[in-house]
Design a binder for this molecule. Sequence first.
Ligand code: HSE
Length: 402
Amino acid sequence: MAKVAIMGFGTVGSGVYDIIEQNSEKLCRNTYGEEISLKYILDIRDFSDHPRKEIFTKDFDVILNDPEVTVVAEAMGGLHPAYEFTKSLLLAGKSVVTSNKELVATYGTELLETASANNVNYMFEASVGGGIPVIRPLHQDLTANKITRIAGILNGTTNYILYQMFTKNQSFDDALVDAQEKGYAEKNPAADIEGHDACRKIAILASLASGKAVDYRDIETEGIVNITLDDVKYAEKINSVIKLIGYADFLENGKIYSVVSPMIISSSSPLSGVDDVFNAIMVTGNCVGNLMFYGAGAGKLPTASAVVADVVDCVRHRERPKKIGWDKAEGNIMASKDDVEFAYFIRTEDSEDAVKAAFGDVNFISSNDNERVFITQKLSGTQMDKALSELSSIKTSIRVLD
Ligand code: HSE
């Protein structure tokens, strides 16, 4: 029997509890006959009315010092004390699984090293894409490929907000309140709408795909707070939508270009049809071509589904831990903004002549009394900065995804 503990009884932790309690027979089959039994739930809040109140504890040391507990599901969120608890558990020879993208993006390299040195597992399938299997497929099923590009809708809250703006003409603020009420948003929704959550997730995917730690602090990050209903209207005019994209390009020279920003997505891209709170990750491999992983990227049971899958995998691989992860990067592995080119969607009050003088050939979407709206040719970062500096007003500037 595998004795398991859950740390944090919020949205995800309670989902892990529900799945382990309800699907125990199925889980037992999948561990090849070893029953998974929940021994502790750690939470500082009071759960004395809970039907399994006897397994709740407020004392982390009870879990740490119990030799029977071999796998711990960390669903606390935040960096501290999740980092200290995880590190202690790994050092004590217990496997840890997590949905905590902030922790994996910040301390993942160190925690993976600690797990490896202590011959235990540290798994994080739920940290990206909620219930969508993407970490394990990247590590396992795509192992024959050199990954050349990842472009993902990695944040459900922002996808929900943009979807509401496109389909219901709802304002940004109203859609955000909706997403918070549905439990999709982070405690501090700035992490969602300013792109930081997606940034941590693309850092994790880029690290995994390249095998080298990508520091999320090296990724230029822009959220969706400046997207307006006017931008939405013009995007529709060119049969496109706007999505917040976590992007990583793995260049021939071994460097990685990564950015998080809103992007114009043509209706011909499968990413354009990813609606509501759903996430999708397009992965390009040099053998397999394009793949898209799609599903529920947030929410109680979808996220818990991935956490429990990791628990089962830890039980299966107790003797010979799986090494899903990456190594420390030597030197600077990040490409510069001049190693890649994007076309841009721009709105400005400047004249058509001024636009042409700054950008050369462009495709005008609209030119009226108030503004010029156009798509540029593909430009490097420096070319774009120079052209923008020649205009006197920029209302919007959004990358276009190929
Ligand atoms: N706030 C996150 C989102 C939760 O909206 O995608 C899942 O990581």
